[in-house]
Design a protein around this ligand. Structure first.
Ligand code: NAD
Ligand code: ZN
Length: 689
């Protein structure tokens, strides 16, 4: 056990020997950031003071390389560091008088930039710059924050670190805290760093390697001491037993759409669920009721998780949820009113981000899946901190006003204002059948480009895996999932929609697209061919449509369904009676569902493609030969044949169909339901009548 909690040194002298100082700083940062026990995602920063040339004068100058605003030390590259002239930073220090200058001082950092580096310096810059030692690490280790968030943190710091680390009480990071930290380092040459109250660890050393090793040593000390000292069982022991794993998953699937619908009315949110052992230990514990309302401690934690989570009973029904969520919003508004200052930004979304379900686990919702997942990771950090602190002392969150001042800091607001506008489909979730095929994957891409999360369902596993991997690379792995499924199997359709809800918390868009073709004269159409065509196209669309509809209804937030039918659904073609009839059934099913869905805000529309040869797998097989034969032309002439047949004399591609899908999936068509849109370059036989 003890061995497992100890962080090993991953420093490789041979590797480091070839690196210059900025290279070693990057190496150290990536090593530190690659272990969540050392720091949370995006948390902490590292620095080195390095001699360099002034680009204008050629003189040697001291430059502070310090992780800039944004990014994560685990994955950052060299361009993630801001670079600042040390002498100018020291000049700014001389100008600083009082706390009300802090924000202006951050603006003034712009005058200290070395070499026109565009990376913005963060507010932690001062905490690195004013420490005299060349190398400084700042990390948010759970073990150290546990000590920093205990009521007797000063005594514990002394006891555990035996004078190697000093203690600075909580203060919002900025030049003022930087000056205090620098002074402490200067006046106490024996100190190797400090514990920042409620916040984290600072360590310093003369070389990159020593700084890295020192950071590990201090975290290991804290972790070992906690392990040896913690009261057990953690959190006062179990109050509620964990449900069996399957029931936990089923409860999460039931609750997530109910919550999502209620908190996503203004802005759609993507969800995440985890029932990791450390989460269950906390949500099932006696201490949950007492600790959860205290809120998180490290500012990084609550910026992501909101000041506190909402506890939701596993059996909560609609009215319980209404009351709980409304209660949270009222509390949040009251917190805003209590703490706001005359120039505070307007109140932001008052809904909870973290939902703790005793017996079940933790649900999180945020503007996109990655943010929801990372918020859950941060709350897990907070749980670790609370377990440590309450195991050896009494846990204390950050004082409410301090939390508010961070949350509504004007600098934080300015950062938010600079962020790009949300994409049209941000936070929404689409389920697309036949997603590995031509039209399905083009539609997925169109929606992904608008920020939509997409679940692709297909019967062809290898094609599906390839498409999902490709999208994952381009749009981010959190944005896309694949599920193998046969649309003719009721059980598989139910499981695939359940999977979607489990992965993203709900559903907004269903694209019914999986398909095959069949062609034969009526007298040659076997019952097997007829049934197979009907099963996949009309029955398959029904099963997928029904399961999607059930989720949309439970969510209570409307939604959009798009059925990919065909020209053949409106215009009969010879030699394909089963296909044409099945496609017509799809259109009529869409109309029936549009009728029933309207009072719920569920829109159902149809896109009718025609002759989309390129990219389509159905045109790679027999269908092409039959179509070519029935038109008495060569297969290679088909594309040209269809182009010439169209009114606009143009070929139709999967991307063109995808535009129609996007139109109906998005709010662009908010006032359309029960419609169909032909995307076929014009064909009089399918004009609406
Ligand atoms: N391409 C065209 O010219 C054209 C014209 C009119 C209508 N359509 C319709 O567009 C839709 C998509 O066609 P496409 O051109 O992209 O074809 P495609 O063959 O490239 O894609 C269809 C996808 O559906 C999947 N699929 C087949 N049977 C399935 C099942 N039982 N369960 C789950 N998935 C299954 C296939 O594996 C494939 O990936 C179909 O409904 C088709 O009828 C296409
Ligand atoms: Zn920090």
């Amino acid at each position: 056990m003890t061995k497992e909690i100890l962080l090993p040194s991953l420093w490789d002298d041979a590797k480091a020997a070839a690196m210059d100082e900025p290279g070693k700083l990057l190496y150290r940062s990536n090593l530190l950031g690659s272990d969540l026990r050392i720091t949370n995602f995006g948390g902490g920063n590292t620095s080195a003071k390095v001699a360099a040339r002034d680009p204008l004068s050629g003189d040697e100058v001291q430059v502070l390389w310090v992780k800039g605003s944004g990014g994560d030390i685990g994955s950052m590259k060299l361009d993630g560091f801001a670079t600042l002239y040390m002498d100018r930073l020291i000049q700014l220090r001389a100008q600083y008088r009082s706390l009300d200058q802090e924000d202006a001082m951050v603006e003034a950092l712009g005058h200290c930039i070395w070499n026109l580096n565009p990376r913005a310096p963060s507010i932690d810059t001062w905490l690195h710059g004013f420490v005299p030692q060349a190398h400084v690490d700042h990390v948010h280790s759970d073990a150290v924050i546990a000590i920093a968030a205990s009521t007797d943190q000063v005594r514990l710091t002394e006891e555990i670190f035996g004078g190697a680390l000093g203690y600075l009480p909580w203060q919002r990071p900025g030049i003022d805290l930087g000056i205090k930290l620098g002074r402490m380092a200067e006046e106490n040459p024996k100190l190797k760093g400090v514990v920042l109250g409620q916040h984290g660890l600072f360590t310093w050393a003369d070389t990159a390697k020593d700084c890295y090793l020192l950071t590990l040593e201090m975290i290991n000390k804290a972790a070992l001491w906690l392990e040896a000292t913690e009261k057990r069982p953690a959190f006062g022991g179990e109050k509620v037993p964990a449900l069996p794993a399957e029931d936990r998953a089923a409860t999460a699937r039931r609750l997530m759409p109910l919550i999502r619908g209620r908190i996503g009315r203004d802005e759609a949110k993507a969800g995440h669920f985890t029932d990791a052992p450390a989460v269950l230990e906390f949500v099932n514990s006696h201490a949950l009721e007492q600790l959860a309302p205290l809120g998180t401690s490290c500012p990084d934690h609550f910026l992501r998780t909101k000041i506190k989570p909402l506890v939701v009973p596993a059996d909560a029904d609609d009215s319980t949820l209404d009351a709980l969520l409304a209660g949270y919003r009222t509390d949040y508004a009251a917190y805003y009113d209590r703490c706001k200052r005359p120039n505070s930004p307007a109140m932001r979304d008052p809904n909870a981000v973290i939902f703790l379900v005793p017996g079940v686990g933790m649900i999180s919702f945020a503007k996109d899946k990655a943010t929801a997942r990372i918020s859950a990771e941060f709350y897990l950090n907070a749980i670790n901190v609370m377990r440590g602190a309450s195991g050896v002392s009494t846990y204390q969150g950050l004082p409410e006003q301090e939390a508010f001042d961070i949350e509504y800091w004007l600098l934080e607001e300015a950062k938010l204002q600079r962020m790009p506008k949300p994409k049209a489909m941000q936070g929404r979730v689409a389920f697309i059948t036949g997603g590995a095929g031509g039209i399905g994957s083009a539609s997925a891409e169109r929606l992904l480009r608008e920020g939509c999360n997409v679940v692709l369902a297909d019967i062809d596993k290898s094609a599906l895996d390839e498409v999902v991997a490709g999208f994952g690379k381009r749009f981010g792995r959190d944005m896309v999932r694949g599920v193998t499924m046969d649309v003719t199997s009721e059980a598989q359709v139910i499981a695939a929609v359940e999977y979607t809800v489990a992965e993203y918390g709900g559903l907004d868009v269903v694209v019914n697209n999986a398909g095959i073709t069949s062609a034969a004269a009526v007298e040659d159409t076997t019952l097997a061919m007829w049934n197979r065509t009907m099963d996949i196209l009309s029955t398959g669309y029904f099963l997928v449509g029904r399961e999607g509809y059930r989720v949309l209804k439970a969510q209570g937030n409307g939604g959009s369904m798009v059925f990919i039918s065909s020209k053949n659904g409106v215009a009969a073609s010879p030699g394909a009676s089963a296909y044409c009839t099945a496609k017509a059934a799809e259109i009529h099913l869409a109309r029936c569902m549009a009728l029933e869905g309207a009072p719920l805000g569920i829109r159902v529309n149809v896109v009718n493609p025609d002759a989309v040869l390129r990219g389509s797998k159905i045109w790679q097989g027999e269908w092409s030969q039959q179509r070519a034969a029935s038109n008495k032309i060569a297969v290679s002439d088909l594309e040209e044949h269809y182009r010439k047949r169209s009114l606009l004399q143009r070929s139709v591609f999967p991307e063109d169909i995808a535009e129609g899908v996007y139109f109906f999936a998005s709010d662009l068509s908010a006032k359309s339901t029960g419609n169909f849109l032909n995307v076929d370059a014009g064909n009089p036989v399918s004009f609406t009548r």
